[in-house]
Design a protein around this ligand. Sequence first.
Ligand SMILES: NC(=O)CC[C@H](N)C(=O)O
Length: 286
Amino acid sequence: MQALILTGFGINCEEEFAAAYRLAGAQATIVHLNQVLHGQVSIHDFDILNFPGGFSFGDDLGSGVVLANKLRYRQTGAGGRTLLDDIKEFIAAGKFVLGICNGFQVLVKLGLLPNLSGHVTPEVTLTHNASGRYEDRWVTLRVNPLTQTPFLKGIDTLEVPVRHGEGRLVISDPAIQQRIEAAGLNCLSYLDAAGDGTGVYPFNPNGAALNCAGLTDPTGQVFGLMPHPEAFLSAYNHPDWARRRRLNPSASEEGEGLQIFKNIVAHITHSRTAATAAENEFATQS
Ligand SMILES: NC(=O)CC[C@H](N)C(=O)O
């Protein structure tokens, strides 16, 4: 199971991302975006493509906009081929894409999320937090029980840090909002201290529509979220770890964020084993 983790141009969470995959049992390779754009590395040699957080292109024109435009418009080959063409093929082959924070912003600006139309055109946007400030705090999330994505399998709630200036999801078309809700694509929502979904600041740190902290596409293969699960890989990353351990001394030393990476690594490994078994059976029969 091979994870490709993009870096360069102000992306700054690639090491945490790689650590997450390694702890989950996968191989992680950090690659500069130019190596992919110049054809030195092919995304097709990997199982999952990852867009980490950071400040790509200094957040100029809006977080994630320039990187999304490079993927959509920068020609990587003959005939006007772009990296987005490769990413579409990658997804059509049943592979997975994960974007965290700035990476989520890239996927939204590109139109890979929520991608209700299947045409990869932007349908929603992420913009400046309602507070007008950069928000750096821990939040609690609930997984939407309707979600089909393997990334979130078996997870009910989790605590994770956010650190962003542009995390407010805006959905200007009510029909799109309704379709996102009906399909369960708003896969993560912010909770208040009583464990209820809330739009109230600071529990919802940015004023996002639908209290949405994360989205998937209709296939569940593309997943993006504003908070940083890759920053909660060890129980000791939590600001309140000492009290949590006192209350529950036998609790795992793993951070809650690691489960997302373990889930996808297990899913891909399992699907591959099943595919090989089916091929072997076919070979024996024919
Ligand atoms: N941590 C991040 O990835 C931040 C994303 C983006 N630069 C923002 O401020 O919204």
